[in-house]
Design a protein around this ligand. Structure first.
Ligand code: NAP
Length: 486
């Protein structure tokens, strides 16, 4: 079955939603949004674990064109973010463009017909002129490969696939992982469970979370006082940008951040043994810096044990550690993150002359400004390679990329072209300059392993500088960097 739409957007998270809205605002109405799930929101639909909230202030983690003066607190919880996205989709009338339960299996460019064949899992084929992928990086749960995992007879689930029907009260629970997700749900479940064993491989650096509710008068001021919400957002933006200095220029400049994190441990944990366990031995910023006021107090509870000996084996009702101790548990919760590079590499994307995206990526995943690819006409990615951030809101990066895509589509319109793609030389010089900076940044030099780096230790996920640099260089497509064919 073949269906038509001039433009296909994949995904309805912040990226897909923002793209859809801006297409409409710029007069492009012939498009469809393909969403694999039954609802919109992307990661903010999938992740519903207890305590799930944004770790970037919400006034910044939202669209610049749709400020929300009504955020209930500095770091809004997941249901509030999701309802912001739902409201925004309705306000800009993009919901009618979304086709739910539509998993994309393959993208193949037809050189002769000059369109893409977008094949869905149900066999439907769309034939758009342009494809914009907003699939994000963090949506396929990653499970560790632990010996005996499949023999476990208790309950097991991943943080991104939380089983709310399972009552944790009175249970002995193992949590594996201590990343951004785990530090949010551990304090919530520690209050309910009988015993919690937290398997920590690498402790994260954690700073106090400057969270607070916004009382009604403050919310009213954001709503009624012209420029108040915008000024508050700008204040957050520049405060967060200051963090990039240490991450990208010289990690020694992050000294004050590290001292604050050490002080946080001292203040919240009195047991010297536990303090030692949770103190990282790598430079702050190498892994995502986390924010929490209730994680350390949760670890200090008498029913919580932090296990650092590593998992040697999973048995039917227990987990055995590297030093031979056996922890009997009723449930295992995996807070083990997401498959990032595998998911990108597993895609079927075939461009001009049968070129597979994996061939373009033979030496590593890369894009021109995270957005476009030589040999893949009219194909764009939002939050593509090296557009993630360790210091500010990715919604900002998404909006810059949306502007970039719009300017490409305008170039096509203005020149009467059929197809636009970046020149190979533009891809090369952009990535060479960027990777030169990345090699010296804390994510490579800070002495840690993280999902930011590929198997060769090359950072394929983060932007190495200030976000305004990305904005300055990327919001408009430079015609000299692009090839337009008619
Ligand atoms: P993550 O940061 O990748 O953390 C995964 C955790 O699992 C790490 O502690 C990791 O240890 C551990 N782990 C993985 N494999 C393991 C194994 N085989 N044995 C033992 N431990 C293992 O995943 P996440 O916490 O889901 O967060 C992913 C990303 O989502 C974050 O970086 C962030 O960008 C985003 N996020 C954002 C928010 C928000 O509020 N905006 C909230 C949650 C998540 P190692 O450190 O040793 O690898």
């Amino acid at each position: 079955m073949s269906e038509r739409a001039a433009i296909v957007i994949i995904g309805s998270g912040f990226a897909g939603l923002g793209m859809a809205i801006q297409l409409k605002r710029h007069g492009f109405h012939d498009f469809v949004v393909l969403e694999k799930s039954e609802a919109l929101g992307g990661t903010w639909h999938d992740n519903t674990y207890p305590g799930c909230a944004c770790d970037v202030p919400s006034h910044m983690y939202s669209f610049s064109f749709e400020l929300n003066p009504g955020w209930s607190r500095m770091f809004a919880p997941q249901p509030e973010i999701r309802s912001y996205m739902e409201r925004t989709a309705d306000k800009y009338r993009v919901r009618e463009h979304i086709r739910f339960n539509s998993t994309v299996d393959a993208l193949e460019y037809d050189d002769k017909a000059k369109h893409w064949n977008v094949t869905l899992a149900d066999g439907t084929v769309f034939t758009p002129k342009a494809v914009i992928s907003g699939i994000g990086a963090l949506h396929v749960p990653s499970y560790p490969d632990l010996p005996g995992m499949e023999t476990f007879k208790g309950k097991a689930f991943h943080s991104a696939d939380w089983d709310h029907s399972y009552d944790l009260r009175g249970k002995r629970v193992a949590v594996i992982g201590t990343g951004a997700s785990a530090i949010q749900f551990v304090p919530q479940i520690a209050k309910q469970v009988d015993e919690l064993v937290l398997f920590q491989r690498t402790p994260p650096w954690i700073q106090p979370k400057p969270d607070r509710t916004f009382p009604r008068p403050v919310r009213r001021a954001f709503e009624k006082v012209p420029g108040a919400a915008r000024a508050f957002r700008s204040g957050i933006y520049w405060t967060l940008e200051a963090r990039a200095i240490g991450f990208t220029i010289d990690p020694r400049l992050s000294g004050p951040m590290e001292r604050l994190a050490r002080w946080h441990i001292q203040r919240q944990i009195s047991d010297p043994e536990l303090r030692a366990k949770v103190t990282p031995d790598y430079t702050i910023g190498c892994k995502r810096v986390l924010l929490s006021n209730d994680y350390y107090p949760a670890l200090a509870r008498p029913n919580v044990e932090v296990e650092t000996a590593g998992v040697a084996e999973v048995r039917e009702h227990s987990i055995v550690t590297g030093d031979g101790r056996e922890h009997e548990v009723d449930a295992i919760i995996y807070g083990t993150g997401f498959k990032v590079t595998d998911v990108l590499n597993d895609q079927t994307i075939v461009g001009r002359n049968g070129l597979k995206i994996q061939e373009l990526w033979a030496n590593g995943i890369e894009a021109y400004r995270g957005t476009s690819y030589p040999g893949f006409p009219n194909f764009f990615t939002l939050l593509g390679p090296n557009t993630g951030l360790g210091h500010n809101s990715v919604v900002f990066m998404i909006e810059v990329q949306i502007q970039h895509v719009l300017s490409c589509l305008k170039l096509l319109q203005d020149t009467g072209g059929d197809a636009i793609e970046p020149k190979p030389a533009a891809l090369r010089s952009f990535n060479d300059r960027m990777h030169k900076r990345l090699r010296k940044a804390v994510w490579s030099e800070g002495g840690c392993q993280s999902w930011y780096l590929d198997e060769n230790g090359v950072n394929r996920t983060l932007w190495p500088g200030h976000t305004f640099e990305f904005w300055a260089g990327s919001r408009k497509a430079k015609p000299e960097d692009y090839l337009i064919t008619r």
